[in-house]
Design a protein around this ligand. Structure first.
Ligand SMILES: [Zn+2]
Length: 368
């Protein structure tokens, strides 16, 4: 038995950003706060938005940290309160969208920012229009927002139906300016979303079908966008793969590869996608050993089986300049026990098909 519900209205296509005014005309909003990444201000997207929406834009908030903080969220909320705008538009990567999502909930529910990370009810938030400029986080189609509290080093995923954006506007042309390193780390995250979804204990036939299609697109196009950043066809395929993988994992949650990424990111500053990819190839094979469907999924993606998929994932990491070993990450092997402990403790580890103990994980991580 399973249920599947996805509430985000998705608008997808090359050039759709230049028709923003038309797309938004089907929604009943009269004033907007824009939250935008600094790189998109440099690319002139703020001028493009203003040329379309004019004085319905009440303010533009920038300077969101790569790991968005409580201060970032409060800054957006302050601007929302000042203008009483009825909708927020987030234009940027995962951090920009996540900060805006959290702000929409804080604003509508009057949540005390100092207690945001302990708050549990995210069923309601002001409407958000999410416009991604990278192919990776898929925050535009998920009910999650990851916020950091710098004062105590906490990084907490907030999850709730209200954190789904009202709409996602996905224009692959906006990813053309994404630099190669970010294209690689966010692109490998697309694969980790799709493959974690297939390795999830909550998988269902619909999430499987979407995740398989997303993984196939990403395997076929990620190397191309890395080497040919202006290849719009490959960019479109990655944008599609990212959005689809997001729809899939919004239903299942992520699993072991993500569970093992958080400590690598928070303690060693490894970018999110690279941290997830570090163990993803191993987890796919471990999960396939317990659930033969993963072998079938690998065949549908275009490989001879789970082992071949895992090998291709590993060689892809190498070609994209991503870490393969603890030495590549600059991490002392003496830290391995702690890394494994933190990974096994993470909440989404419970979503994973395989539930190995410390010794078993130590065995397959030791080869790195
Ligand atoms: Zn991810």
């Amino acid at each position: 038995m399973f249920s599947f519900q996805h509430p985000v209205q998705i608008h997808f296509g090359q050039g759709i950003f230049s028709e923003l005014n038309d797309v938004l005309s089907s929604y009943d909003h009269s004033s907007y706060i824009i939250v935008m990444s600094n790189s998109q201000i440099e690319n002139g997207l703020d001028r493009l938005v203003k040329s379309q929406l004019g004085d319905r834009i009440k303010d533009v908030v920038t300077d969101i940290n790569p790991n968005p903080t409580l201060d970032n969220v409060q800054k957006i909320v302050n601007v929302m309160e000042q203008h009483e705008a009825d909708c927020v538009i987030a234009i940027g990567g995962g951090s920009t969208m996540d900060a805006a999502k959290a702000a929409c909930a804080v604003y509508l529910q009057s949540i005390d920012i100092n207690h945001l990370l302990e708050h549990e009810d995210f069923s309601r938030a002001l409407p958000l229009i999410a416009i991604p400029t990278t192919s990776g986080s898929a925050s535009e189609v998920t009910p999650a927002s990851v916020i950091s509290d710098k004062s105590n080093g906490l990084k907490v995923p907030l999850i709730g139906q209200g954190l789904y954006p009202a709409a996602a506007i996905v224009d692959p042309e906006l990813t053309l300016t994404c630099p190669p390193r970010i294209t690689a780390t966010s692109g490998i995250d697309v694969l980790c979303h799709a493959l974690d979804c297939l390795g999830s204990a909550n998988k269902n036939p619909v999430s499987d079908a979407i995740a398989i299609s997303a993984a196939k697109l990403a395997f076929e196009n990620l190397e191309r966008v890395y080497h040919e950043p202006m290849n719009i066809e490959a960019r479109e395929n990655m944008a599609l793969a990212s959005m689809m993988a997001g729809v899939a994992f919004s239903q299942t949650g992520t699993a072991a590869a993500h569970a093992f990424s958080y400590y690598l990111t928070s303690n060693y500053d490894v970018p999110h996608g690279e941290a997830c990819a570090f163990t993803m190839d191993a987890w796919y094979v471990v999960n396939a050993g317990l659930d033969p469907r993963l072998d079938e999924h690998a065949k549908m993606i275009g490989f001879s089986g789970a082992e071949a998929l895992s090998e291709r994932f590993n060689s892809l990491k190498k070609k994209l300049g991503l870490a393969l070993t603890f030495d590549d990450l600059g991490i002392d092997r003496a830290d391995m026990e702690t890394i494994i402990g933190r990974g096994l403790e993470a909440a989404n580890m419970k979503n994973n098909i395989a539930q190995p103990d410390k010794e078993e994980v130590l065995q397959f991580l030791s080869v790195k």
